[in-house]
Write a protein that binds this ligand. Structure first.
Ligand code: GAP
Length: 535
């Protein structure tokens, strides 16, 4: 599937719009249209229901080491700034970037790619900021420009080695930056913190500086004690949260994949240190299955365990659930969700102060007033098991998913084209979004075959009955074939048609979006039949 086709369908049918489009848009921000908002809500609701509300804490779920409880939270986006100092985000949550002195362009050091090329006795590292597909073409064009060569002289370019990251280059004086007109305009790389700041209150000064959360997870850690004290949950248990997060990404790109405002669906699962590895494996497999069950069943989805040398010392495992998005080069995958074994790192940090993430001891850095700069809360965030009387700091397993990336992956997977005969018998390309019925924005569309003979009245009654249970759509405009096509593009799994026969035998046809099979059911049964199929 070509990404352009999906992007254009998303705009045309109201799944996704560029934010503030009438003012030229704003980079890294996206709006969900009428269909998109339903799709994303359905994904978040499926996650919440499957992970939290319908979880059966009385039984042992298949693959789990024991039974466990699940509960939820909804924390604020702006939190006490100390949260981010202690969590490490204030100091460490950064990407390295380079600036172009000429164009004022700003690029991620690890993402800017290019190739060494020689001509006219000079060797230059030509960079490209183009998306993967046209990288080689863009490099050729830029190389011709820097050496002032014509298209027909392209043979004079001697390419040296493959396309590589700017990180491999020592000699910045030889780098030809994207869009620049001369060589050597890039600055040395420097750290760029990804947290967006804000100044709550009337005075805009350093004392009042706060941050928009870059992850929802910290709200859960700092409320761990509140949840234990206010409910009867016992370890092992998980706390789930869905909400907005913000990151000042240097180069937002690939549609909604890397945005500056996005939504996360995170679980912090608290367990005994002795069983944490078993819980980690359970969550890794459980989360992978969740995507498969909702339709990401093919080879484009993969579970990738991190190599042991990629892990922090406190972690016994981290895995990513990845999807081969069509905008990535062949064979590359993008992260949908990370499942991390975090040990007791987070709870201990919030008790004791900023811990060094690599070695885990407390790092006491003194501020100007001589007091420790990264003081923890000083609160006791340990847990006492009331049966065994054991006191310990729980270990944490963190399945952390992005709602926007999941939505994008489901959209990519759903896009499908086939050939179908039109009403006049000619073969036409049909675009169909094969979304799983659980997440499809509209569950059924109801059409009267013609706008007369009492058919609209019957169809409207069915529509009203359906609307009480699930999102449905009534359409009486245009040829019925065209109405089917519109619903195929919206991903509506079922279309119901009221026709001449309905008036004599009280039955309607149901048409299946994917198989195109049609069958008749009694009017009285149609709502229940669709409800069962889409639940
Ligand atoms: N608490 C752990 C954490 O936040 P992360 O890997 O940085 O981990 C988790 O983020 C998930 O959030 C990612 O797997 C991705 O789905 C989503 N995510 C992160 N940055 C994003 C961005 N800039 N745009 C869209 N989604 C993003």
């Amino acid at each position: 599937m070509e990404m352009e086709k999906l992007v254009s369908l998303c705009k045309r049918r109201g799944f996704l719009f560029q934010s503030s489009e009438i003012y030229g848009g704003i980079n890294g921000f996206w709006d969900y249209g009428p269909l998109g908002v339903e799709l994303k809500r359905n994904i978040k609701e499926a996650w919440w229901r499957d992970m939290v509300t319908s979880h059966d804490e009385l039984s042992v779920v298949a693959g789990a080491p024991a039974s466990y409880e699940m509960t939820g939270l909804d924390c604020t986006i702006i939190m006490h700034p100390q949260v981010w100092k202690v969590s490490g985000h204030y100091d460490l949550f950064s990407d390295r970037m380079v600036d172009c002195r000429e164009t004022k362009g700003r690029y991620r050091y690890d993402q800017l790619r290019g190739q060494w090329v020689e001509a006219k006795g000079r060797r230059v590292f030509v960079t490209t900021n183009a998306e993967a597909d046209d990288e080689a073409d863009d490099l050729r064009r830029r190389a011709l420009k820097v050496f002032r060569l014509r298209n027909k002289d392209a043979d004079a370019l001697v390419w040296d080695g493959p396309i590589v990251s700017l990180e491999t280059v020592d000699d910045f004086a030889s780098v030809f930056a994207p869009q620049a007109s001369k060589v050597g305009t890039l600055t040395e790389p420097r750290e760029f913190n990804l947290m967006l700041d804000c100044y709550p209150g009337p005075i805009k000064d350093e004392k009042n500086r706060a941050f928009l959360r870059p992850e929802t997870a910290q709200g859960i850690f700092v409320n761990f004690k509140n949840v234990v004290d206010s409910t009867r949950v016992r370890v092992p248990f998980g706390i789930a949260q869905v909400g907005k997060s913000f990151r000042n990404e240097i180069t937002p790109r690939n549609f909604t994949f890397r945005s500056r405002e996005f939504e996360q669906m995170e679980i912090e699962f608290f367990c005994h240190p002795d069983t944490s590895t078993a819980w980690y494996k359970f969550w890794r497999d459980r989360r992978f299955r969740w995507y498969q069950d909702l339709g990401l069943a093919g080879e484009r989805l993969q579970l990738r365990d991190h190599d042991p040398d990629e892990l922090s010392h406190y972690s016994t495992g981290t895995a990513d659930i990845e999807y081969a998005f069509p905008f990535l080069p062949e064979g590359e995958y993008g992260e949908l969700e990370g499942i991390a074994h975090r040990g007791d790192f987070d709870l201990r940090s919030h008790m004791e102060g900023k811990l060094n993430p690599e070695t885990n001891p407390l790092e006491v850095e003194l501020g100007e007033n001589g007091k420790p700069k990264y003081k923890g809360s000083g609160r006791d965030l340990t847990y006492r098991d009331d049966l065994s009387n054991e006191r310990f700091t729980p270990h944490v397993i963190e399945p952390s998913a992005g709602a926007d990336r999941a939505t994008l992956a489901f959209l990519c997977e759903a896009y499908c084209e086939d050939e179908q005969p039109s009403e006049k018998g000619k073969l036409e390309t049909r675009v169909v979004m094969q979304l799983h019925p659980r997440i499809a924005p509209i569950k059924a569309a109801i059409f009267p075959l013609v706008k007369k003979d009492g058919m609209p009245e019957v169809a409207k009654d069915i529509y009203r009955a359906m609307k009480k249970q699930f999102p449905a759509f009534y359409d009486e405009k245009g040829a019925v074939g065209r109405r089917y096509r519109r619903q195929d593009e919206a991903g509506t799994p079922y279309c119901i048609t009221v026709d001449g026969q309905t008036l004599t035998d009280q039955t309607v046809t149901i048409r299946d979006r994917d198989t195109l099979k049609q069958w008749r059911v009694k009017i009285d049964d149609v709502v229940d039949e669709i409800a069962t199929r889409v639940s």
